[in-house]
Design a protein around this ligand. Structure first.
Ligand code: HEM
Length: 227
């Protein structure tokens, strides 16, 4: 445990923590996108998939047991990811302002600024999204368990859909840079991976954007309906 704490106190340790927590969050983002596509199979398929997620693991673990374990893991991963990002930003700001005075744009690179703001937008979106699709607090007509109907009714509003599209856009830009940095680190030891890291990061993040955006757009275009 002390070795983990010592490693974490270095900036390399914080970057490793960011990469590991990032991989967990990425895994969720990928699976959630695939799960959302169940909407194209209809109400029955989507609602029973959601029901399966609540019951998975029974009777070995109680209903909701696995779901809560996953929620906890995601919360920890999000906490580690955000804390390490904040600490690294503070460290680099301190190191740089103690050195030469540079112009603001040089001191805080474009990529790191985009990552910070992208991260903040995604976090704000996740809070709104939980209140919208999970608790129904900000949903106009929420019914627990009616996941398909909640989704269709939720995206019939143009401003709501627009916000989702901006958020998943920010998420894919954020992921693009995150994947690119992880691939760059792995690519140091592997020249073949190094060559494909740009197209791979672009393909994965564009794929995720399309996979997420297609659901709200299908509602607005009348492909997914309540009928
Ligand atoms: C257009 C894109 C999205 C759609 C259509 C969508 C849809 C949904 C729906 C319908 C639920 C409720 C599921 C249920 O009650 O069983 C849900 C839950 C959730 N979504 Fe999304 N989502 C989208 C994007 C995202 C993104 C980008 C993230 C994260 C970055 C995210 C994170 C979550 C989380 C954390 C939950 C709660 C899961 C739980 O603990 O039960 N969603 N989403």
């Amino acid at each position: 445990m002390r070795r983990v704490a010592t490693l974490y106190s270095s900036s390399v340790g914080k970057k490793i923590a960011m990469a590991l927590s990032g991989v967990i969050l990425f895994g969720f983002v990928l699976l959630h996108m695939l799960g959302n596509l169940k909407a194209f199979e209809g109400r029955e398929a989507m609602d029973s998939y959601a029901e399966f997620l609540r019951a998975v693991g029974t009777p070995v673990v109680p209903e909701y047991g696995v779901l809560w374990a996953v929620r906890l893991l995601l919360l920890v991963a999000l906490g580690v990811h955000g804390t390490a990002a904040y600490q690294l930003w503070r460290q680099s700001r301190k190191a740089r302002t103690q050195g030469y005075r540079k112009s603001r744009s040089q001191t805080f690179g474009y990529a790191s600024r985009t990552m910070r703001w992208g991260g903040v937008i995604v976090l704000a979106f996740v809070i709104y999204h939980l209140l919208h699709m999970t608790t129904g607090t900000v949903h106009p007509d929420f019914e627990y368990g009616s996941v398909y109907d909640n989704l269709v009714i939720g995206f019939q509003s143009i401003p709501v859909t627009a916000f989702y599209l901006v958020a998943v856009g920010a998420l894919s830009v954020h992921l693009h840079h995150g994947l690119w940095s992880v691939f760059a680190t792995l690519g140091n030891q592997n020249p073949r991976l190094d060559r494909i890291r740009r197209p791979a990061a672009a393909a994965i993040s564009i794929g995720l954007f399309v996979g997420y955006a297609i659901v709200p757009l299908a509602v607005l275009l009348g492909v997914l309906t309540l009928g």
